[in-house]
Design a protein around this ligand. Structure first.
Ligand code: 8YV
Length: 313
């Protein structure tokens, strides 16, 4: 019999087609009465599929006592209630590694776009200001500057390689020092911020990292420092960041992620020293297809009683 799954939100088209041709899928986000939908599929639903941003709350999982797998289309599992999953024997899978290159690419792009003012310069060119007002003002170099990475996992490693090609000495802060890493380990985030020009955030959102980029860290980064975040908005104290950018207490920020997506603080929208992206670091056709395949493989592993290929819980 075809297995029933609950899908929390839309995914990459091709992935959704495969999912819906393999399983009996209930679309949560389209339900007029979500509670009713959960009650209807309560017995038959054997798993939940979701993305990194949406996750799934305990209040949904507790209505689905036979759902014993949560397969996440994304590497971040901060929006999944992992404690509930552990307590109730629910396997959780995610999609690490396959997205690391794209996320690292976007982090480099954001850093360059921010310090070289590429978005402002683009607007300047389009407005024909080059012809009327003359050459665009000078900007700040990225090559050769000190780079700091908070979170030296798969994405951090991909980013470090790229930054090394820009002749940027790379140091990092991580839960543990990485054996044989060619990069300098720095024990605290504040110390890391103190010694770098560009601070990149690639750490996972966990109870230990949420709010880690606070005023002390921003002070340490200083008036010439840039913050680039491709992880989760919750790692940064967003109100402090907006305040520091408004008052030029840091040089600029490149942000793909925000505290309360898709809401972006209005103050950021008119600022010249920030470059903003709508959480698209993994958003290429190639990577979304690979993420979809791994998400489907995790499901298949679970339903054939094997350990998930990428298992979180
Ligand atoms: C995606 C992400 O935006 O992997 C993650 O944790 O946040 C992103 O890759 C998301 O999961 C896809 O919608």
């Amino acid at each position: 019999m075809t297995k029933t799954l609950l899908l929390m939100g839309p995914l990459f088209d091709k992935t959704m087609q495969t999912l819906e041709s393999t399983y009996n899928v209930s679309r949560y986000w389209e339900a007029d009465h979500p509670e009713q939908l959960l009650a209807t599929i309560s017995d038959e639903c054997v798993g939940v599929v979701t993305d990194g941003g949406r996750g799934v709350e305990a209040s949904v999982l507790e209505k689905l006592p036979n759902a014993k797998v949560v397969s996440v289309f994304g590497v971040g599992v901060d929006a999944v209630d992992l404690n509930f999953c552990k307590q109730h024997g629910i396997a959780v899978g995610n999609t690490p590694d396959v997205l690391s290159d794209d996320v690292a690419d976007l982090a480099v792009g954001l850093a360059l776009a921010t310090c070289r003012q590429m978005v402002n310069a683009d607007s300047y060119t389009r407005a024909n200001a080059w012809a009327s007002d003359g050459a665009y003002p000078l900007s700040t170099r990225m090559s050769g500057k000190q780079a700091g990475i908070f979170g030296m996992g798969s994405i951090g490693e991909c980013l470090a390689k790229r930054l090394s090609a820009f002749n940027m000495p790379v140091s990092y802060c991580n839960r543990n020092e990485k054996a044989k890493s060619p990069y300098q380990f720095v024990p605290t985030l504040e110390q890391l911020a103190e010694q770098v020009d560009f601070l990149f955030i690639t750490a996972a959102a966990t109870p230990g990292t949420i709010g880690a980029v606070n005023k002390a860290v921003l002070d340490a980064l200083g008036t010439t420092g840039y913050l680039i975040n491709v992880s989760r908005g919750t790692l940064v104290e967003q109100s402090a960041l907006v305040d520091y950018l408004t008052n030029n207490r840091i040089a600029g920020a490149g942000l793909d992620v925000f505290e309360d997506e898709p809401n972006v603080p209005a103050t950021l929208l008119s600022m010249k020293n920030v470059v903003l992206q709508p959480h698209v670091a993994s958003g290429t056709f190639e990577t979304r297809e690979a993420m979809g395949n791994l998400m489907l493989e995790n499901l298949q592993c679970h339903f054939s009683n094997q350990t998930l290929t990428a298992s979180v819980v």
